[in-house]
Design a protein. Structure first.
Length: 275
């Protein structure tokens, strides 16, 4: 995040926003800047990619499903917009620790003992580490002690749209993002790679709520896509994973998507039309 902060300071904040005597490295200024940048960035990613997905990928026929709620899209957006600032509070604290040099993020490829191969391997390990972390956190949020208070609001959307992707209770949203932020404090990671992965995970979160169930046949039981996550919203106790089905299979919570078996939401709508 320090790359974004440096760019904002250089092109906007130092010349146009803050008093000239307020040093760029002063902690209060960094915290304030990070709070604003994090909120604006999260909102921009959510609205930009959510809107593109909603209008160009999401099948609007799904809005005719009986479990699609009245005014659902506006309710999803309103819930997400209210939650994002609260999610950003602990997130900014972690970004601040990164900016102050407490993480293992590095600037140059030469700083990695493994060069480009290290960058590539760190991308893979990031995906597998965060997938594991999110699986267990997500599954834990389904425990009766936490579900009703924190995770149930996200399950209000049985037939989700891309705008449901960030419509979480703030505690739920932050907890499921925590593995992304913990990773660079445990393992070396290139700063630009981290920024790219941060954008990717937000887009992926939108994609598994987009109602597009198409997955290459060979990967249907490997990649946790929209079909898998739709069944999670519909049937509750299955498919907690984020990118892969690995941990669901290990944890005994994997369910072959009903959409792959002719029993999904689209099939239900087709049967309604045929009656």
């Amino acid at each position: 995040m320090d790359l974004v902060l440096e760019a904002a300071d250089r092109h906007l904040l130092t010349p146009y926003v803050y008093p000239a005597g307020w040093p760029e490295g002063e902690p209060c200024r960094q915290l304030l800047s990070l709070f604003v940048i994090t909120n604006l960035g999260a909102l921009a990613l959510y609205l930009l990619f959510g809107t593109l997905s909603y209008y160009f990928i999401f099948d609007h026929e799904l809005k005719k499903h009986p479990q699609f709620l009245e005014n659902q899209v506006s309710r999803e957006i309103a819930y997400a917009v209210r939650s994002l600032p609260w999610i950003s509070v602990p997130t900014v604290a972690l970004f601040f620790a990164e900016v102050r040099g407490y993480s293992k993020l590095y600037d140059n490829i030469e700083d990695s003992p493994y060069g480009w191969s290290g960058v590539f391997l760190s991308m893979l390990s990031f995906l597998f580490f965060t997938d594991m972390g999110i699986y267990w956190i997500h599954r834990g949020l389904h425990h009766k002690l936490f579900y009703k208070r924190f995770h149930k609001p996200h399950h209000l959307w049985k037939i989700a749209t891309p705008f449901a992707s960030h419509a979480f209770h703030p505690v739920d949203g932050f907890m499921q993002s925590l593995p992304y932020h913990v990773y660079p404090f445990l393992f070396p990671l290139h700063k630009v790679t981290y920024l790219g992965l941060y954008i990717f995970v937000n887009v992926w979160t939108i994609s598994i709520h987009d109602g597009d169930y198409r997955v290459p046949r060979l990967l249907r039981h490997v990649i946790n896509g929209s079909a898998h996550h739709t069944d999670h919203h519909l049937y509750f106790d299955y498919n907690y994973g984020q990118y892969f089905t690995l941990w669901d299979k290990i944890g005994g919570s994997y369910k072959s998507p009903t959409s792959f078996e002719g029993k999904g939401p689209h099939d239900y709508l087709r049967k309604l039309r045929e009656k």
